[in-house]
Design a protein around this ligand. Structure first.
Ligand code: DPP
Ligand code: ZN
Length: 885
């Protein structure tokens, strides 16, 4: 396989002004006729051949202006159809035959249960017909679908329904027309026996839009939350970005077999059921929030992605980074902003930082790829969103809005680049963002070393900040980044007023205890004046930049930040740093002695947690977040070499110590947050459940009859999945004989009750895959054979195999290498069924450099075994070969 390079970009030789598609859907095979109005690009050479993309289908006929071509008049390979001689303007007709029922890649046209659906981003349209399948070729689509009426009463495509009729032999047909030009990756088709939830939204200019969510009949009672989220998102985008919806109808279809979360096809979003269905009995709070976020994300793409799209796939973050930033701000406005920020930062610091430090590290704008599907990454999405957030913070909300208005106005209907986006921001604000653009082209996580010195005599506090960035596969040395560093100073009693002396940057702006220092050089110094007491600096407030920051805080400093800082993110981060330090002591101890039996934990952490639990005036959501110890995944990311056993033992030991030392508090908080109110998915109720279930988790660690009874009662009596699943997880992870018996009974009852709800069964798989008790691999292998599992369904693969390999380190990283062998075996099976998912599942093995020499050998040998597999997909080849180089 060959790499594709950004610097090789050339405009297409031909444009496709109109695309007229006819689908004849049938069980054996589906026939597609495409009529394309082609026009040579004025900049192309006169005799330029027409080279179309196409794969995995049968070419029945190709005709130019109605004249069928003889085979010698074109060349056909596995991936391309070349017509060496074509007129400057003509109609191309292509007839192709597809086998959707056999398409397990879930790309192009395929079947999910009894319904037909499509997934075309990034390069799936070429599995439907021969086409210029690249986002800078934008076309006006008309789609006719012809199918059996009784099996497929609902036939959908993009745009507006313009015609329909009856056919022979019980068939019927419909025609859709999308007036907005779009790239082929935004094409969609759905055919099935579906029910719909209907609603309307009146735009601010007074147009009424029909909203329709299509699902299987049994799921009709799970659409209300998605519909409410959609209406909130539509109103929010009008208010915050001035963006109004443009068609008369907006449709969402829920599909069970889907590689991604959802897809923003124009006017016809196709969603993974996991991102649209929600009701309290079957869906956790996290699930509700995910539905809200993904519905909004896909809706926001209508402007940031569809009306203004990407010139090529190197620009993917242009739409994804911006849209993630938009949906994050939306979720913050709908719920608790601090909680949303902390969750997003946690994900970024744990997984994106790891990606950026590993073999697949790439810039937000990559310079090359082999398979674009591998670049739907945390870097493109989450780091891309952080880069947009930094722009907003540097420019301020008003200028950022002016920049986004200019971007949408200037580029409406175009396929553009990240440079165009930044240029609009520069033009609207008058700022030079030249150095800032390095965030797009340089990979790696910058590191800030910060030093603070207090001069009591002069009442000055001096911060010295150095930046650096480790080498990544794309580049050895890095130029300095333009980094907004938000800071405050915290005294005994709370935040201090800030007076920043004109320093060598001179751009900091003090404002209500917070100011943003703009870092542009390898090292800079900032002096705060009039500081009457020795402060503790509050750094990277709100996580103002996606960097790693080191400051030599004492544990007392961290406790001051935890209780006195006015920035919610920094308060939480201080609790994490304290947790990391205390667990670090235990990890060292474990390394020396191999056990932790009587090892005491730092009493400061116990008292910090006691204070949090005893103070009823605090925001429950914050308390719940701060009581959560750093995860094993985050501790692993921080380590140079991951000591799997020590990290697990140390964290468990500390949890147990907290459980015992604060037993009364946990009990009080647990009961204090039980509520009889009907389920609601708002921030307050979610915080209450989160705190309650955190407490339950600690209570369960006591492994006594009372706590077991508490778990069992909650499991049996709760009216919502959040509480049921939290209790089930406690039972499943219990180690006493009584807990094991209770767990077996609970798992059986749960499956019995929910076996007909695939999304609930997935949670059942996941809770077992995450069980840290010994024997995890055998449990997961047994579940592979369970009727509730199906390797062809990506959600099930993620729930069982994904959870086990990514979130159950102590069982996956067995010293024998059996966990690695298991994963490689699954990847080899998936490679033939669904290359995208196979490549995704490979991630844990690619992190081999983080482990000890024995594990490295075992992990690498599994990667090598995958690499020699015949018929290895481009997807898996790219990930495996890059991780071995
Ligand atoms: N459907 C994916 C997303 O919205 C890719 N565009 O992020
Ligand atoms: Zn997206």
């Amino acid at each position: 396989p060959r790499a594709i390079l950004l610097r090789d970009y050339r405009a297409p030789d031909y444009w496709i002004d109109k695309t007229d598609l006819h689908f004849s859907l049938a069980e054996e095979a589906t026939d597609v006729t495409a009529e394309l109005m082609l026009r040579r690009n004025a900049e192309a050479a006169a005799g330029a051949p027409l080279v179309l993309h196409g794969q995995d289908m049968e070419l029945i006929e190709v005709a130019v202006d109605g004249r069928p071509l003889a085979p010698r008049e074109y060349q056909l390979t596995d991936e391309l159809l070349t017509l060496p001689q074509v007129p400057a303007q003509f109609k191309l007709t292509c007839k192709t035959r597809l086998k959707p029922a056999q398409n397990t890649s879930l790309e192009g046209l395929y079947k999910s249960h009894s319904m037909y659906c499509t997934q075309c981003e990034a390069e799936g349209f070429r599995k439907i017909t021969y086409y210029l399948d690249r986002p800078d070729v934008m076309s006006e689509f008309t789609t006719t679908i012809d199918a059996d009426r009784s099996r497929y009463p609902v036939l959908l495509s993009n745009g507006n329904l313009v015609d329909r009729g009856e056919g022979d032999g019980g068939r019927h047909w419909v025609r859709w027309h999308d007036p907005f030009k779009k790239p082929a990756y935004l094409f969609a088709l759905v055919a099935g026996d579906l029910c719909a939830l209907d609603d309307t939204f009146t735009t601010r200019s007074g147009r009424e839009v029909t909203l329709r969510i299509f699902v299987e009949a049994k799921d009709l009672d799970k659409c209300d939350h998605a519909m409410a989220s959609l209406k909130n998102a539509m109103a929010w985008d009008e208010k915050v970005y001035g963006r109004e919806y443009d068609l008369d109808i907006f449709m969402i279809v829920a599909v069970d077999d889907f590689n991604m979360g959802a897809m923003e096809n124009k006017g016809l979003n196709i969603f993974n059921t996991s991102c649209v269905l929600a009701k309290p009995e079957t869906t956790t709070d996290a699930g509700f929030q995910r539905v809200e976020a993904v519905v909004a994300h896909e809706y926001f793409h209508n402007w940031s992605g569809n009306r203004v799209t990407c010139r090529d796939w190197f620009q993917l973050s242009l739409k994804e980074g911006f849209t993630v930033f938009r949906d994050a701000e939306f979720s913050a406005d709908m719920g608790s902003p601090t909680v949303k920020r902390v969750e997003d930062v946690s994900l970024l610091r744990t997984l994106q930082f790891a990606e950026d430090a590993g073999p697949m590290s790439h810039p937000v704008q990559p310079a090359s790829f082999i398979e674009i599907s591998n670049f739907y990454t945390l870097t493109i999405y989450e780091k891309g969103a952080e880069v947009v957030r930094m722009l907003r913070n540097l420019l301020g909300a008003a200028q950022f809005r002016r920049g986004s208005d200019l971007y949408f106005e200037r580029h409406d209907g175009q396929a553009v680049t990240i440079d165009d986006f930044v240029k609009a921001m520069e033009d609207a604000s008058g700022r030079d963002l030249g150095q800032f653009k390095r965030w797009y082209s340089q990979a790696g996580t910058p590191v800030l070393e910060v030093d603070g010195v207090y001069d009591a005599g002069r009442e000055e506090f001096t911060l010295t900040v150095s930046q650096s960035c480790p080498p990544t596969p794309d580049s050895e040395t890095k130029l300095a980044f333009h980094i907004p560093l938000a800071v405050g100073l915290v005294g005994e009693a709370g935040p201090l007023a800030l007076r920043l002396r004109g320093s060598d940057s001179g751009t900091g702006e003090a404002d209500q205890g917070s100011c943003v220092l703009e870092l542009t050089k390898p090292q800079q110094t900032f002096v705060f004046e009039g500081v009457a007491e020795k402060p503790v600096p509050s750094l990277l407030r709100g996580f103002s930049a996606p960097v790693k920051l080191h400051y030599d805080y004492s544990r007392d400093d961290l406790m001051r930040l935890m209780s006195r800082d006015s920035d919610g993110f920094c308060r939480w981060d201080a609790s994490q740093q304290l947790g990391v330090a205390v667990i670090g002591d235990l990890i060292d101890r474990y390394g020396k002695t191999g056990e932790l039996h009587r090892e005491p934990a730092d009493p400061r952490l116990l008292s910090a947690h006691r204070e949090l639990l005893d103070d009823d005036s605090l925001d429950r959501a914050m308390v719940a977040l701060m009581l959560r110890l750093p995860t094993e995944a985050y501790l692993s990311e921080l380590a140079d070499t991951v000591d799997v056993e020590a990290i697990h033992a140390a964290r468990q030991h500390l949890r147990k110590a907290l459980a015992l030392a604060l037993a009364e508090q946990w009990e009080r908080v647990y009961h204090g947050n039980c509520s009889d109110e009907a389920y609601r998915a708002d921030a307050g109720a979610i915080a209450r459940r989160s705190l309650k279930n955190t407490a339950l988790g600690y209570l369960a660690l006591r492994e006594d009859d009372n706590s077991l009874e508490l778990c069992r009662t909650q499991f049996e009596q709760a009216d919502n999945m959040t509480d049921v699943l939290a209790a089930l997880a406690c039972l499943v992870n219990g180690t006493s004989a009584a807990a094991t018996a209770a767990s077996t009974a609970a798992l059986a009852a749960f499956y019995q009750r929910w076996q007909h709800e695939p999304l609930v069964v997935n949670q059942w798989l996941s809770v077992q895959a995450g069980c840290v008790a010994p024997g995890g691999l055998a449990r997961v292998k047994a579940l592979l054979q369970h009727p509730g599992f199906d390797i062809k369904n990506p959600n099930k693969v993620r729930a069982l195999i994904g959870t086990f390999c990514n979130q159950n380190a102590i069982n996956f990283h067995l010293k024998s290498g059996a966990g690695y062998r298991f994963l490689a075996d699954q990847i080899i099976v998936l490679n033939r069924l669904n290359p995208q998912i196979a490549a995704r599942m490979t991630t844990p093995l690619t992190k081999w450099q983080k482990y000890d020499p024995q594990r490295q050998i075992l992990m690498k040998s599994e990667l090598e075994r995958i690499l020699i597999e015949p018929d290895l997909s481009k997807d898996v080849y790219e990930v495996v070969s890059k991780s071995l180089r």
